[in-house]
Design a protein. Structure first.
Ligand SMILES: [Zn+2]
Length: 206
């Protein structure tokens, strides 16, 4: 915990004073342009990989970057999506999966979930990944099968996102655009899903 206390001390004494004006404005309201849905994994630091900061991203995180589709239930992710779209009027919703995702590894080896009853039930939501599995990339070697399934989960959850009532309404009015991304931890690169050609392409043009 000392590390966190020290980190906060540095923020409060060195960072905050120089940005006091920005925080002053943000203290009253927020108007983020982006809803960012990603995995809880500690290796994904959205502000670091996207060059964003306070007030930019409205973030929802959970194991496996899932958007549940059950209409009988309420959960934190769909409630967050509803608020972001209906109240904050975000212009873009980004669903971002990542390499080496533990949730997707568990989906491949469900036995690992035996001692985790809640995770086991939660990760039923990623089963649609199997029917959207992407072609394996031989360059990814021993990780190719997992990476193909993780990209499939991005496609599956992107469909669930578009099916959320608030998102579907906003899409019908061209008030929002949705994006499916795959972040590769090893290379630091992001791929985007192209819905026209149904393939993942580099976010950055070569
Ligand atoms: Zn993950």
């Amino acid at each position: 915990m000392d590390r966190l206390t020290e980190g906060h001390r540095r923020f409060h004494t060195q960072v905050f004073p120089g940005r006091r004006h920005q925080f002053h404005l943000l203290a009253e309201s927020q108007a983020p342009e982006f809803l960012f849905i990603t995995c809880s994994d500690s290796r994904i630091v959205p502000d670091l990989i996207l060059g964003t900061g306070p007030g930019d991203l409205f973030i929802s995180r959970n194991a496996g970057n899932v958007v549940p589709i059950s209409s009988n239930d309420v959960d934190g992710t769909t409630a967050t999506i509803e608020y972001a779209v209906e109240v904050l009027k975000v212009k873009h919703a980004i669903l971002c999966g990542h390499s080496d995702c533990g949730a997707m590894k568990a989906a491949l080896d469900r036995k690992a979930l035996d001692p985790l009853p809640k995770a086991s039930r939660w990760l039923r939501h990623v089963e649609a990944a199997f029917s959207h599995r992407q072609p394996s990339n031989p360059a990814e070697g021993e990780h190719a099968e997992l990476a193909a399934l993780i990209r499939g989960n991005v496609v599956a959850q992107l469909l669930n996102l578009k099916a959320q009532p608030a998102v579907a309404r906003a899409l019908a009015h061209d008030a929002i655009s949705v994006h499916g991304w795959y972040y590769d931890i090893l290379s630091g690169r992001i791929e985007r899903y192209d819905e026209q050609i149904r393939r993942f392409l580099p976010l950055l043009e070569p």
